[in-house]
Design a protein around this ligand. Structure first.
Ligand code: HH2
Length: 264
């Protein structure tokens, strides 16, 4: 899953894809590099980010979606109106970082459309989530949360086979919390749904490499996180550097699972 943030302020690609033409070109490049789907977002969720009004979010995403008709697209939004319009324009997955808690109408929009849905764990909300997050046991807490959100979605008519789950790396979590979750993906896999991992360029990676003030991680560090979570069963990788991840994961899949796409 290639990331295209149509924002001025995302933590790693903020401003790069803010103009619709740039966003469309990035999406097409990522598809050529092997992305299976492109995740379009128009509201940054980096720690401390300000909220974006619905009209502004629509103003950012609609021209991009219009020009990407026919392309496999995910919409990264927690607003029902944005999801609804995006699905009309051809998006097939709703990636809601609030796991249907942000907008009471979201579950109905997803259920009625038959779209795929990603439910992600977040402690608190983006403005404050990194203010000393704490958990008695982060792995069991995230697992219970995702289990409850999965039950909520299916009881409101979203088909279970349309849903994937995401531990929400960096969303109200310290470096240690992120590592504990990555290490114990087996517990989350026990919920029976495919797992999405979004570790790409996140600040924990830079901090693990020794910079306590890092606000982002490197591409190589992102690849390390992707490979370690792949070997623990993650299925979808939400990444900025598509070519590098496709190459690294192709080799890992060939070694671990005998999956080859060439006979050479
Ligand atoms: N991370 C971000 C945004 N959306 N969605 C899912 N499912 N999982 C994630 O880990 C995730 C997400 C934050 O990263 P990014 O989009 O690069 O930055 P920003 O929120 O600043 O736009």
């Amino acid at each position: 899953m290639g990331i295209v943030n149509v924002t001025p302020d995302s933590f790693s690609d903020g401003g790069v894809n803010f103009e619709p033409e740039a966003a469309v070109a990035s999406a097409r490049r990522m598809l050529a590099e092997g992305a299976a789907i492109i995740d379009i977002g128009a509201e940054s969720t980096r720690p401390g980010a300000d909220a974006v009004e619905v009209d502004e979010e629509l103003r950012r995403v609609v021209p991009v979606l219009e020009q990407l008709s026919g392309v496999p697209l995910s919409i990264d939004t927690s607003k029902a109106a944005v999801a609804r319009r995006s699905l009309e324009l051809g998006a097939e997955l709703v990636n809601d970082v609030t796991a249907l808690r942000g907008d009471p109408e979201m579950v109905e929009v997803v259920a009625e459309s038959g779209a795929y849905l990603c439910l992600m764990h977040m402690l608190g909300e983006p403005r404050t989530m990194q203010n000393e997050p704490s958990y008695p046991d982060v792995v069991s807490e995230v697992a219970s949360f995702l289990e409850e959100r999965l039950a909520f979605a299916t009881s409101h008519g979203v088909r279970e086979d349309r849903i994937c789950l995401d531990p929400g790396f960096g969303f109200g979590k310290t470096v240690e919390h992120n590592l504990a979750l990555a290490r114990r993906l087996d517990v989350l896999l026990g919920l029976g749904r495919p797992l999405v991992v979004g570790f790409s360029r996140k600040r924990s990676l830079g901090r693990l490499l020794g910079d306590p003030e890092a606000t982002r991680g490197t591409t190589a560090a992102s690849l390390g996180a992707a490979l370690a979570t792949f070997s623990r069963g993650a299925a979808v990788f939400r990444v900025h550097d598509v070519r590098e991840h496709v190459e690294a994961l192709t080799i890992a899949a060939a070694i671990e699972r005998g999956e080859t796409t060439t006979s050479a």
